[in-house]
Structure formats: structure tokens, C-alpha cells
Write a protein that binds this ligand. Sequence first.
Ligand SMILES: [Zn+2]
Length: 170
Amino acid sequence: MSLLSHYEILGIDSDATESDIKRAYKEKLLAIHPDKIKNNAKAKANTNENITGNENKSPISVNHIQDAYKILVDSKSRQQYDKELEEQFKKMGFFNNGDGVEEISLDEFEWNEKNEYRLNCPRCKQVDGFEFDEDALEEYGYQKRDSCEYLMMIQCNSCSLWIKVAYEMV
Ligand SMILES: [Zn+2]
């Protein structure tokens, strides 16, 4: 089992469109192709592409990319895969798929001197249903693609509602 999701292997969001997937697939294949790596060694040094650059270090092979593409480009198998992924993330304590998960700006949270953020749950009204500290943002946040914004998934400690906290790194 790969530690990276098919989306991560292709470097796309879980809501990527079919054309996003096709473009990402071509880009990744080009990036990982051994000849290209030699020829473009200079060019690559200027990109921030770390995943596929170094063959020895890279956990991603052409097979990984092809598998990821095959599954994601077909809407049926992609749906199935999304479900599996969701289960996997739930087991890990995360819920990945963005669909239906509300984004709430960090500004909406109450902040205290201990660098803790709190918010009453909008669904069950639990006081401080969502609470976390600044370290959690660093540890669990991930960057939104093509954006300077970051997101972190968090679950209400009372009703299990998931939300995405949206924030910018300073
Ligand atoms: Zn709640």
C-alpha cells in the first residue's frame, strides 16, 4: 500500500477535474522520465518539484503514476477510490474529502494568550466544540493548491461534525 494517495501522487486536489487529472498525469510522467531528468536537470533545479526529482529518494514510480491516473480518470473507479480513501482517513482520524465540509476562517475563532483557538460548534452548539492550538495548525495544516491559504480538518468534540479551518501562514 502506498502512503501517498493517488491525488498526492499526481499532485492534485480531491476536487480536481478530469482535465486537471490529465494535465497532472502528463506533467508527472514527463517529470519522472529518466531521460527528461538528465536533460532537464538544470531546469528542474529551478522548480520546486521535490517528489519526482530524485529517483533514489522518490517513492513514486511510473507505475504509481499510471495506477493513480487510471483510477482517477474514470469517474466510476474514482468514486470507489474516494470512498476507500475516506474510510482510510477516518481510521486515521482525518476526513479528507472536501465535499460538504464547511470552510471556516480562522478569524472566526476566539483566540487566547496561550495560542489556543476555540469555536462553538455551529451544528450542536457545543461551547468550544472546536479547539486546537497553534502547533496543530503547523502539524496538520496543508496548503490549498494554487493558493497561499492553508486548511486544517478538525472534528467537533461533541457531535463529530468536521470542518475545515482556513488560514494564512504568517
Ligand atoms: Zn458539534
